[in-house]
Design a protein around this ligand. Structure first.
Ligand code: UT7
Length: 392
């Protein structure tokens, strides 16, 4: 049995900032209401050219750089997301291609805001059995594209971004110590996002909505009920996982919760009888980035020096499904020094893998052109020939 350690982390946020005052120009709300009810001051929103894949890719590049490993060493990529560009190809496959992670299996995981903890535990299990050595686990979202910008109960909450970690198998005890994954589908209608039904997903920010006045696949939520569910499960799930790991609250150095609402975090702190400072928060600046919120917060906590070797860190996610998930890890790494030359060298490698990907696509097209096409038209022609033979 091997141990799955986090050896690299990275996050990426869109540049565009949307403040509460900006939102007050779109829906009937105010900075005062949003800040006092949620703790959110502003959030980031993806630009026209940014996608869930591009955010995930940037976070992954940073995580690989901190881990000091090459994309070709990655065995598995899991992207937790509720806002993929397509049902398939998965965001994970798109990231795999852009990274040039040619030996990696890749898939998306759908567990809403609990997705990152689900993905982390799946990848850790694969490492623990010895079937893989390195995994890249990403949480990435472009929530701004699935919001109903008329609904002040939801559009004020969410933001865009991505966070990633690299896991490595090792015989050194530590890494993921215990986890718990839970669900209650009977509460599925409390927080939902219908499938895109083949609609392209353009930039659906407030301006887009004002221009087009149509949106088919938008998120809806019964905020009060979800709030109640979250405050019921967060504390008890943390306690159960600590018990599994043979730890108590006193052994925990930092809790990184899903960043949904400051009041949920304060209620959990009260229930667990710990000071709120034991919870890392960044939702005042980033809002709720769904599956991306925990890895982004982890990345910011690591960069801020809040994680020290031998620290016990708890992740707790909750959201649509309903789902909730908690994991406790022992942190074993210190941030390595990364020279700008090394970063540039890595960037060059990723650019080369893009060229490689284009060349492969071109090769396929040329192959189809000169070696017999597998296009729908060609298949129809084949079908016609087949029919003629049968008629004969
Ligand atoms: O990531 C997935 C997990 N998601 C969550 O954890 C979200 C959990 N829920 C929440 O964070 C909170 O329920 C919200 C922040 C969404 C809402 O806060 P609330 O204190 O539960 O408000 P509410 O829905 O009970 O609404 C109270 C009042 C209503 O007006 P009336 O009916 O009392 O006249 C709402 O219409 O506040 C009104 N309201 C607003 N007013 C100004 C709702 N949204 C807004 C708004 N600005 N943005």
């Amino acid at each position: 049995m091997r141990y799955a350690h986090i050896i690299g982390w990275g996050c990426h946020l869109p540049e565009r900032v949307l403040t509460n005052d900006d939102l007050a120009r779109v829906v009937d709300t105010s900075h005062e209401w949003i800040y006092t009810r949620t703790g959110i001051r502003q959030r980031r929103v993806a630009g026209v050219r940014e996608t869930t894949t591009s955010l995930a890719f940037e976070a992954a590049v940073r995580a690989l750089t901190v881990a000091g490993i090459l994309a070709s060493q990655i065995d598995l990529i899991i992207v937790a997301t509720s806002t993929p560009e397509a049902m398939f190809p998965s965001t994970a496959c798109r990231v795999q291609d852009r990274l040039g992670a040619r030996k990696a299996g890749a898939f998306d995981l759908s567990a809403a805001c609990s997705g990152f903890v689900y993905a982390l535990s799946m990848a850790s299990q694969a490492i623990a059995t010895g079937s893989i050595r390195h995994a890249l686990v990403i949480g990435a979202e472009t929530m701004s594209r699935v919001l109903d910008w008329r609904d002040r109960g939801t559009c004020i909450l969410f933001g865009d971004g991505a966070g990633a970690v690299v896991l490595q198998g090792s015989d050194v005890p530590g890494g993921l110590l215990a986890y718990e994954l839970r669900s209650d589908g009977s509460g599925g209608d409390l927080l939902k996002l219908p499938a895109a039904n083949g609609n392209p997903m353009p930039f659906l920010g407030p301006e887009y909505y004002n221009q087009h006045k149509q949106q088919t696949n938008t998120l809806s939520m019964n905020g009060r009920q979800v709030f109640r569910f979250a405050t019921q499960v967060v504390g008890s799930s943390i306690q159960e996982v600590l018990e599994r790991a043979g730890l108590t609250m006193a052994d925990v150095d930092l809790i990184i919760p899903h960043q949904a609402n400051t009041r949920i975090i304060e209620t959990a702190a009260k229930k667990l009888k710990v000071p709120p400072e034991k919870f890392f928060t960044n939702l005042d600046r980033l809002g709720n980035t769904s599956a991306a919120s925990i890895p982004i917060a982890l990345c910011e906590a690591a960069e801020a020096g809040r994680l020290k070797p031998d620290n016990n860190i708890v992740f707790v996610g909750f959201g649509g499904g309903l789902t909730w998930a908690t994991a406790v890890i022992k942190w074993n790494v210190t941030r390595p020094e990364i020279s700008p030359m090394m970063s540039n060298w890595r960037r060059l490698l990723f650019s080369l893998s893009r060229v490689n990907s284009w060349a492969r696509r071109l090769g396929r097209r040329l192959g189809a052109l000169f070696g017999g096409s597998f296009t729908p038209e060609a298949r129809l022609k084949d079908a016609d020939k087949w029919k003629i033979h049968q008629d004969e």
